[in-house]
Design a protein around this ligand. Structure first.
Ligand code: PHE
Length: 503
């Protein structure tokens, strides 16, 4: 920068016509590498409005291999003349002799030209010199190009030399510069930020600010990536859609204890309802009970029974039903949906429903547990369907996720009877792993809703995290969600095809 500013300062016109002519620290900045450095110095000075500059492209000429050879030892015709003796000073040289001496190529071109130039003359079978001291114009022109990169003889000569492939042209970048509005011989550092200090001290008044560079490229923006859970969720969604299921609206995380537990025939004394298992919501304090007559039927079923059941015969408090909580399972939404199915205009119609969404449990977190996770749930409601249908649906569904070998084990859920845990043979891990919970919903849950007597409802549920962790070989659930998420891992996670079952 100083070299440029000094050169401009020294010039009476305040201009620099060719940036290749300046030198910094004793070296001429003629090379293209040096000009790249000059350009960045000019850019920086331009941003401070200290200079203006233009880029110039010029052709520089250099010798080809053949050109360099001629510059060194003369043109072909000159070398032929050199090889011939002066008239009367010896035996004339024959063509074969010349060829032996100078090589075929030189003689082929040189002999004719030397003869045409009248530098040599025929003498019997050979040649002798006809000129005493010919001027080797080509060699001299080439020597000039070699030392100056140009040709005083002008474009015509250069064109001819290029045509003869003795000279080549190369483009060279350099710059011309002139003083800018804020020209000075010294570079001042400009302020880039207006600080509170500058404002309170009043220094901003004298400070010189660097202008904005609106042409700057800015930082490259990074692309987004789907989280592995979302990729696997999408796979499950498509499987459900393939099987003709409809997605349930699960977009509310806060649910009433009524829908989450009571309506599902989960007793009010059930341990899962306790504070250490469920997150309750303080505000608003109370949930709204959707339908008093339905509520009354639910209460009676819990307290004294009905629909063939003797009930829990334990106290049932409205205050407990009205509590709000973060839903502990998506089955709360399925329950609400079944109630709507029973009470829709035109009455109940068979349905296949599914949901994949977030649930919350007040749990200590470790490598396999988080206080929030996702559930995948399928529900089928129709007349006279059986446990066999449930097994059939699950075989069909899980086969599409790559689980072809299933086992069912009797289990207990307050809201299903019978209930089954589902196990799948995992080829990679070499063992049976539990993959789902399932069952046939109890009449104590369905009949108070007003579902016709012959209607059976089947369901199965599982977590989204577990198959995702198996697919992506993630051993700690805490690297999947939350503040310890492995963002790079998320970015590079491959797409997943559940039906390939290739984990
Ligand atoms: N809600 C059950 C769970 O939390 C899953 C389930 C859904 C079981 C439907 C039976 C029927 O594990």
């Amino acid at each position: 920068q100083t070299a440029i500013l000094t050169a401009l300062d020294a010039s009476p016109a305040g201009t620099l016509t060719d940036s290749r002519t300046i030198s910094a620290a004793g070296t001429l900045l003629g090379s293209q590498e040096a000009q790249a450095v000059v350009k960045s110095a000019l850019d920086s000075l331009l941003s401070k409005e200290m200079v203006d500059y233009k880029q110039i492209t010029t052709n520089v000429y250099g010798l080809t291999e053949e050109g360099a050879q001629i510059a060194a030892s003369g043109s072909h015709e000159f070398r032929v003349w050199q090889a011939c003796p002066a008239a009367g000073a010896g035996a004339p040289v024959t063509v074969p002799e010349l060829k032996k001496l100078l090589g075929d190529d030189t003689v082929k071109v040189g002999q004719g030209r030397a003869f045409k130039n009248k530098w040599i003359a025929k003498d019997g079978a050979g040649f002798v010199r006809a000129a005493a001291a010919p001027v080797d114009e080509t060699a001299e022109q080439l020597r000039e190009v070699q030392t100056t990169g140009g040709q005083a003889g002008g474009d015509k000569v250069l064109k001819e030399l290029i045509k003869r492939k003795l000279v080549g042209a190369r483009k060279q970048l350099h710059f011309s510069a002139s003083k800018g509005p804020k020209f000075a011989t010294e570079v001042k550092t400009l302020e880039t930020d207006l600080s509170t200090d500058m404002v309170s001290s009043g220094k901003w008044k004298e400070a010189e600010f660097k202008p904005y560079n609106f042409a700057a490229q800015g930082q490259a923006t990074e692309g987004g990536a789907l989280h592995p859970l979302l990729k696997v969720r999408e796979e499950f969604r498509q499987i459900f859609f393939d099987l003709g299921f409809t997605e349930m609206p699960t977009n509310h995380f806060v649910e009433s204890a009524f829908w989450n537990f009571d309506a599902m025939f989960v007793p009010q004394q059930h341990p899962a309802r306790e504070l250490q298992d469920t997150f309750y919501v303080k505000d608003p304090a109370k949930a709204f009970i959707p339908d008093e007559a339905y509520y009354e039927r639910v209460r009676k079923t819990h307290e004294v029974g009905g629909y063939g059941s003797i009930g829990y015969r334990a106290p049932f408090l409205r205050a407990d039903s009205e509590r709000l909580l973060l839903r502990t399972h998506t089955t709360a939404v399925s329950t609400d949906m079944l109630y709507r199915l029973a009470n829709q205009p035109g009455g109940f119609k068979p349905a296949k429903l599914f949901s994949i969404d977030r649930v919350f449990r007040n749990e200590a977190t470790d490598a396999t547990h988080l206080a929030e996770f996702h559930q995948v749930e399928g529900v089928v409601a129709d007349y006279d369907i059986t446990l066999g249908h449930l097994i059939g649906f699950m075989k069909e569904f899980f086969a599409k996720t790559g689980n072809h070998k299933l086992r069912f084990k009797p289990a207990y859920n307050p809201y299903t009877e019978p209930s089954m845990e589902v196990f799948s043979w995992h080829e990679g891990l070499g063992k049976w792993i539990e993959i789902a919970n399932s069952g046939v919903f109890r009449p104590e849950m369905l009949e108070p809703m007003g579902l016709p007597k012959g209607v059976r409802v089947l369901g199965w549920g599982m977590s989204l995290e577990r198959p995702t962790m198996i697919k992506y070989k993630i051993s700690d659930i805490r690297t999947l969600v939350g503040h310890k998420t492995d963002l790079l891992g998320v970015k590079s996670a491959a797409a997943v095809r559940l039906d390939k079952g290739d984990d």
